[in-house]
Write a protein that binds this ligand. Sequence first.
Ligand SMILES: *[C@@H]1O[C@H](CO)[C@@H](O)[C@H](O)[C@H]1NC(C)=O
Ligand SMILES: *[C@@H]1O[C@H](CO)[C@@H](O)[C@H](O)[C@H]1NC(C)=O
Ligand SMILES: *[C@@H]1O[C@H](CO)[C@@H](O)[C@H](O)[C@H]1NC(C)=O
Ligand SMILES: *[C@@H]1O[C@H](CO)[C@@H](O)[C@H](O)[C@H]1NC(C)=O
Length: 396
Amino acid sequence: MKKAQYHELNSSSYQLHIHPLISFILGAAMATACIFLYISANPGSTSSFNPSPNPNPMELSANWTGASKQEQVDQGVSEEIKEEVLQMEAMEAGSTGQEANTTALIPTPAPEANDPLKELAEVLKKAANEDNTVILTQINEAFAAPGSLLDLFLESFHAGENIERLLNHLVMVTMDQKTYDRCKSLHPHCYFLRTEGVYYNNEKTFMSKDYLDMMWGRNKFQLTILELGFNFLFTDVDVLWFRDPFRHISLAAHMSISSDVFLGDPDSTSNFPNGGFLYAKSCNKTIEFYRFWQEGREKHAGRNEQEVFNAIKAEAVSQMKVRFQFLDTAYCGGFCQLSKDLNKICTLHANCCVGLGNKIHDLKGVLEDWRNFTSKSADERRWGNFHWKVPGRCIH
Ligand SMILES: *[C@@H]1O[C@H](CO)[C@@H](O)[C@H](O)[C@H]1NC(C)=O
Ligand SMILES: *[C@@H]1O[C@H](CO)[C@@H](O)[C@H](O)[C@H]1NC(C)=O
Ligand SMILES: *[C@@H]1O[C@H](CO)[C@@H](O)[C@H](O)[C@H]1NC(C)=O
Ligand SMILES: *[C@@H]1O[C@H](CO)[C@@H](O)[C@H](O)[C@H]1NC(C)=O
């Protein structure tokens, strides 16, 4: 298949090869009828290139939560958010079938379980670094199963360069009891995000109603984190971490977002963003922007949050004065536009890759290559011409 090539503007002599899936989709007519079986831990990976978004406004009625409300006081948080979290709590306490019953059998997350917002704030506080920043990921049963993505994800922190310490700041968000229990068995910071009527324990068909609810729910949850005063770096669980990516996140930006395809200018909204790896600073600007983003769900019915981001990003920059940084794929990259330099790479996302088995296969290979690389001396690493073994099933 034909490869598109771009010159990276700030480093003169090297070319970036674009993944064939992207070339294909960029080149193909948008009408191409493709069904993408969407892997929910990897929201952004294919979404910005989705050729058939399948809009169905009729399916957009479900809300994040939906039970009765209780009066609670928690300063510094908007009434709307407070109400939503309280509703989640009511749901959790109520008899919503299997989930509630299971919940009753297994000790619930925190003693303050009757105030989930407080519970969330406490989980975040325990995990946050001195700058009130947390790393967030969201897992489901399929990704958390032994031998699946979560194991590879965690392994990469141990294999990476001095980033094990970052695990102290990682919060895993789970949406079903089994995954929550699995998290607790592996990791100190787990949060159970309860939602009504949607079961997140398996793969969601791309752009189905459940998928949209899930993605927009996740977006709203990120807004809650900001409103609680925490900065976050959200990472999909199919991202391997090798070096500290915070060193590439600009103080000048309100939000830093990874790119499926990075065109050379970190300020340009022409880059192809991927919300599967995203940093947001808690400040009025980002909170305002996330609210605006949420409103976009109604204006762009049937679209996922990634598409709406693309639709509103220019306005956010020109009208709201939000400063975005689009991350260079040489450092925070993925299969779409593979960073070839192991001396630079911080994170690598299995984007442009459909199917859980394919992702696991290729990420395993990547981890092996990384281990080979790190077993060598500093001189060998610099001059040894290391690279990822390609092609895999998605990586090329
Ligand atoms: C969803 O939320 C909106 C506003 O919060 C409300 O007007 C609407 O009735 C809710 N829909 C459902 C299905 O609960
Ligand atoms: C709750 O769990 C118990 C024990 O597993 C079971 O016997 C009971 O039928 C369950 N109740 C509901 C409402 O599912
Ligand atoms: C941020 O928003 C709050 C609440 O709307 C407001 O009181 C505060 O002045 C704002 N801060 C800045 C720096 O604009
Ligand atoms: C390790 O990397 C070197 C240099 O790229 C390569 O020649 C060698 O085959 C690799 N070894 C393994 C076990 O992958």
